[in-house]
Design a protein around this ligand. Sequence first.
Ligand SMILES: [Zn+2]
Length: 324
Amino acid sequence: MDVIKLRSACEQLLPLLDDVVYSKPTSKFLLSALLEKTIELINSGHTSDDLMFTAEDLVSLVKTGTYDVGQIKKFKADHYKGTNDLLDKVNELKKERNSSSSYFKLKLSDTGEKGGSKKHHYLDFDEIKVDISNKNDNSTVKRDMSADIYYEAIQLPKPVWYAKPFMSIELTHWRLKLYFIIPISLLIIAYYLLFSSIFSPTSKEVINLTLFASFMIVIWKPLIPFFLVNDRRIVIAPKWMLNLKQVTAQLESVKLDKLKSNGRPYRKIILVIYEADCPICGNKVVIYQGKREFKGRLIGECNESPREHIFSFDHVKQSGNKLR
Ligand SMILES: [Zn+2]
């Protein structure tokens, strides 16, 4: 499940709830809480596998206090179908009001009871006609049917605490200026120090140049992905931003709705993890920086056969083809 698409769908349906005439207030309350909670879980870095609710969780979304098994069953029997019917109505309203060709339908699904584990409920797509993700809002992208592999943004991970100020940076106003001023100022300082140590090579000038060069080596490498992402739109996120359990993540530059005076959209840098299921063996395909013949590209590598099951990665089409 793609969390960016799911969050966008929940955000689009939530305001429509008030406009739907429905006689069961508890179902309305439950659906509203379910949409809000799903958005909250995605924003706090949960993976698509975590966006699940047991029947007990559903009760606690709308009621306080503790409930026994019988009461939980009764709650579900009374309100679950109503909530699903209401969701259908909201989907319909969304379709009616949507002037563009983009269309999706959300439904309530469940995992079933497997091996004694509890049944879990979750919001899922029943139908997506075209891509509804915000990042491609002005240029809806159809799923490439000839692709070998399909990627999904499975998580908007929470970075380590010291990386938080760098997260979800909206490059607008002063932030945008700073984003360009930092590298330009560093370049000017570098030129100044270089020329002053060439033309008047005193020990002070040489020490300054050496200190500046060491500072750049330490600072530049961890920060360079933030500058590369503006050109390349998606890069591998630096390791220092990630929690230990995260193997790899990507920094992506996504379009915002606001337009600059030159007509181009403002952008935002987000931390995201794209993954896919390997079409050959069914294991996880994770995104890495390509090496050797794939230098300069991001590629999808299968966890179980990282040398043979290798795929291209197009983050706009969210698909790829076998490279080897
Ligand atoms: Zn594989």
